[in-house]
Design a protein around this ligand. Structure first.
Ligand code: N01
Length: 577
């Protein structure tokens, strides 16, 4: 473990404090160092990895191809790292994160086992004072939040929880020593991605598994496999080309998709196409037609196809019916599974429909749902996260005039480009609300933000500026645009965590930017080129003068116009996964 910054030998003043040492915090630290900034990273966990450090539940794995879901900033790293599977499992992603930390010598800039509790902006000093649960107090010109979009576990306060005699786990806070369910009766509450990944494996171990389902979910088989050496060689022969293709896609990752509208195809053609895309598996299934997330009638066709697949797998008709979602396909984040529906054919697995009652209560012995008590030895909450803003809420963040971020975002988060927010000078967010974040390949989103931020900081240093903060006008215009664009997608119509609807009492706002990664990157580039348009820069000379482009150079790539015309992008008529 690193020494606390309270250590008399450690500096108490840095250019930047970074909160979190997941993929965002790690790369931010690397970038800051590269450009000569001093930085201190605080991380609540005992190691790097963020999401992949905390989510160690059985079956946890990435659902974007690992050869794409990885850092792209170092060609050497890309060449030397070998993924074992198309979709790497959590332990391998952790191994990768550790490798990156060691290879780029990041650990000495990170203080582990330390949770940031407070970050207050001091108006006079024009600096942030950041405090931790380990008693650290550090002053920094910049405060950079790399806290992740899905990192604050949602633990619903089920009545009677404290009476339960056995352990209660949350998938997002899984014990490091693992959990052995052999010979146990287990309840899993929740059937989102975490539930859908863990249920098949828990079922193999447990004596009896009860799955408490409030809403059924769509999931597509991953068809995971070892990485094909030929494919790996092909990608590595020109990795930058693959990265460039990925960046030009709305999702920030590359896969073949079909831009034809679903309703233009005959029923027979449609079925053939769906079968073909189903065989490809995973999230690219949504790329079968171009209008699936924009036209309800088109979406009905893919939803019906997916329901047929469920009915073809699940033997018991009543169970199959309960597992068939009726809502819009891909409206909630699409799940990717290995043997999920097959699991319900096992004699030791029972689906408990709690759509009408919810979890009524927890007793000493088990879980009550749908009017019945199910006796279990352990409960797994796969109940998700307070998405996008949950980790901000946990920290006492105060900007100008003692304005708290929680208050500023009471009616929903408001940001300029998901990077910064009015009233909080020199405060940056990596993949904040209002940026593509969770709707794009997260590591691409992270790198683009960290590159933009470090260029912005370097510009401020160039012109000797003290603070930078968005204007209210620019922020309002961006928030309006984010809201406006969200309306073109069917996704804005569902009660999902994208809109904060998974947790009672949260404001209902579509939080990520759905206009597509390349359009967003273009906007960030323009803002930079125009001297940080929409920001007020105080102190220094020639403040909004044309800035030097440093790390952001690699994001100035042309759009993949062969596949996506700018007009299509502008209207949103492209598959967004
Ligand atoms: O969480 P979720 P998750 N009583 O919010 C139910 C990413 N991820 O952890 O739908 C009873 O999706 C809730 O029911 P309902 C990915 O982006 C990726 O599974 O609200 N049930 C739902 O079934 C994903 O989308 C991977 O009615 C309650 C479930 O719990 C995101 O993380 C793997 C309840 C929560 O589903 C979140 O996924 C895992 C209550 N009070 C996660 N509250 C990859 O594959 C909630 N539920 C890379």
């Amino acid at each position: 473990m690193n020494a606390s910054v309270n250590d008399p030998r450690a500096p108490k003043t840095v250019d930047a404090v970074v909160v979190g040492a997941g993929f965002g915090g790690m790369y931010m630290l690397h970038n800051l160092r590269k450009h000569g900034f001093t930085a201190q990273v605080f991380e609540a966990g005992s190691d790097v990895g963020g999401t992949w450090y905390w989510n160690r539940y059985p079956g946890a794995r990435v659902d974007i191809e690992s050869m794409q879901y990885s850092y792209s900033f170092s060609e050497e790293l890309d060449q030397e790292w070998e993924w074992s599977e198309k979709y790497a499992p959590q332990p391998e992603i952790m191994e990768y994160a550790r490798h990156v930390a060691d290879r780029f010598d990041l650990r000495k800039g990170i203080q582990f086992n330390t949770r940031v509790t407070k970050a207050h902006f001091d108006e006079k000093a024009k600096r942030w004072t950041v405090e931790t649960d380990q008693g650290d107090k550090i002053s920094a010109q910049f405060c950079i939040m790399a806290v992740g979009c899905l990192s604050a576990a949602n633990k619903p306060p089920f009545a009677g929880m404290e009476d339960f005699q056995g352990p209660i786990y949350h998938t997002g806070e899984w014990p490091h020593e693992g959990v052995d369910f052999t010979g146990k009766r287990v309840a899993v509450i929740g059937t989102g991605s975490s539930g859908i990944q863990s249920i098949p494996l828990i079922a193999q171990e447990a004596d009896q598994l009860y799955v408490f389902q409030r809403t059924p979910n769509y999931t597509v088989p991953a068809w995971n496999s070892p990485v094909d050496p030929e494919w790996e060689a092909e990608v590595k022969a020109d990795y930058p080309a693959m990265r460039a293709k990925a960046r030009a896609r709305p999702t920030g990752f590359y896969f073949d998709f079909n831009t034809t509208p679903a309703l233009q195809a005959s029923e027979e053609e449609r079925r053939k196409t769906y079968e073909e895309y189903w065989e490809r598996g995973g999230l690219p299934f949504l790329g079968a037609f171009g209008d699936l997330l924009f036209n309800k009638e088109a979406n009905d066709t893919i939803a019906e196809f997916a329901r047929e697949k469920i009915r073809a797998v699940v033997n018991d008709k009543a169970t199959a019916d309960l597992l068939c979602p009726e809502n819009i396909f891909g409206c909630k984040r699409l799940c990717v599974d290995t043997g999920y529906f097959e699991t319900f054919n096992r004699p030791n697995v029972k689906l408990v429909d709690i759509s009408k009652t919810g979890v009524e209560r927890i007793t000493q012995k088990g879980v009550v749902g749908n009017g019945e008590e199910f006796a279990v030895d352990a409960i797994v909450c796969a109940t998700g996260f307070a998405a996008m803003t949950g980790s901000f809420d946990k920290i006492d963040i105060q900007g100008r005039d003692g304005l708290s971020l929680k208050t500023a975002w009471e009616a929903g988060p408001r940001t300029y480009l998901g990077l910064a927010t009015v009233g909080f000078p020199n405060f940056f967010m990596i993949t904040g609300p209002g940026s593509p974040s969770v709707l794009a390949q997260m590591i691409q989103s992270i790198e683009q933000h960290a590159d933009w931020i470090v260029d912005c900081m370097a510009h401020m240093r160039d012109v000797d500026a003290e603070t930078l903060e968005p204007t209210l006008e620019a922020q309002d215009a961006w928030v309006d645009h984010v809201n406006e664009v969200s309306k073109i997608s069917l996704r804005s119509t569902c009660s999902s965590w994208y809109v904060g609807a998974n947790i009672p009492g949260r404001p209902r706002v579509f939080m990520p930017y759905i206009g597509g990664f390349p359009i967003y990157v273009q906007k960030c580039n323009e803002v930079q080129t125009n001297g940080y348009e929409g920001f007020v820069i105080e102190g220094g000379e020639a403040r909004n003068a044309e800035p030097t482009v440093r790390e952001t150079e690699r994001w100035r790539v042309p759009l993949d116009v062969d596949v996506i015309s700018p007009a299509m992008l502008a209207s949103g008529q492209v598959p967004l996964v």
